[in-house]
Design a protein. Structure first.
Length: 266
């Protein structure tokens, strides 16, 4: 395997979440190119969201004259999170945001798990920071790290800082693994305070998040690798024996070689 294989594994997780399947049922796709898996996932997403667009558009049009609180109540009691997610991108962004602010964070977390952020970027950026933060925390507790990974590319830095602070360390690593737009991962890690980044190493060893850690190391730039090495200085390498074994299993020992070159004791 290779780093490309790690990315393919993340893509399979994302596709499985979209289809409501156990990831193991799609293991046969691990041999596919990550970009092909991503393209397939986008096609499936588009099909799911566009399939009933005409009917959903009529509901959205009717919603323009319904009082906001009534819309929120109907959405929560009658439509449910999946239909609300489909409708979000069809409403005017200001109105969709106003309705969302009248919903409890627990329900918003369920809606967000089904949402395609590409279709609701203007809605997301209009939501209050405290509501985004509460929603992120609830999504992490619900195990919706795949869904959270879809949002990172659409959040400004202040929202990223607040949302990452609201989720636990293991969820942060799992979210990083399935991040949409891995080119932003180094920047996201750069926003973390030193003590939080240092804690991630301990969580990797405690919960044996070897694949997630390898993928993270593979996508960090030189400056963040240097920073991580400084924060990890003096840490015993023995707890990371599993990381070395995983690197050999997945054919990415070069990732650890690069990390060691930057001073990480692994």
């Amino acid at each position: 395997m290779s780093v490309e294989g790690l990315v393919a594994r993340a893509e399979v997780l994302k596709l499985a979440r979209l289809l409501g399947l156990a990831a193991q049922r799609l293991d046969y796709l691990l041999a596919c190119a990550p970009e092909d898996l991503a393209a397939l996932r986008m096609q499936v997403t588009d099909r799911l969201f566009e399939g009933d667009r005409a009917r959903l558009s009529r509901i959205a049009d009717a919603g323009r004259v319904v009082p906001l609180q009534l819309m929120a109540t109907i959405g929560m009691k009658a439509f449910g999170p999946l239909l609300c997610a489909r409708l979000t991108g069809l409403l005017e962004p200001d109105r969709a945001s106003a309705v969302g602010q009248r919903l409890p964070a627990a329900f918003l977390a369920e809606v967000a798990a089904e949402l395609d952020p590409r279709r609701a970027t203007e809605v997301i950026t209009r939501m209050p920071l405290e509501l985004l933060t509460a929603t992120a925390g609830l999504m992490a507790r619900n195990g919706e790290t795949v869904a959270m990974g879809r949002f990172v590319a659409f959040l400004p830095d202040d929202a990223l800082v607040a949302c990452t602070a609201s989720i636990d360390d293991a969820s942060l690593l799992r979210t990083a693994f399935v991040l949409e737009g891995k080119d932003r991962l180094d920047h996201v890690i750069g926003l973390l305070p030193d003590d939080r980044l240092a804690r991630l190493l301990g969580v990797v060893a405690e919960q044996e998040l070897w694949v997630e850690a390898l993928d993270l190391l593979a996508h960090l730039g030189d400056a963040q690798l240097d920073r991580l090495a400084d924060l990890a200085a003096g840490r015993a390498p023995e707890p990371f024996a599993g990381l070395v074994a995983a690197a050999e299993q997945h054919g990415v020992t070069d990732v650890l070689d690069r990390a060691r070159a930057h001073g990480l004791e692994l």
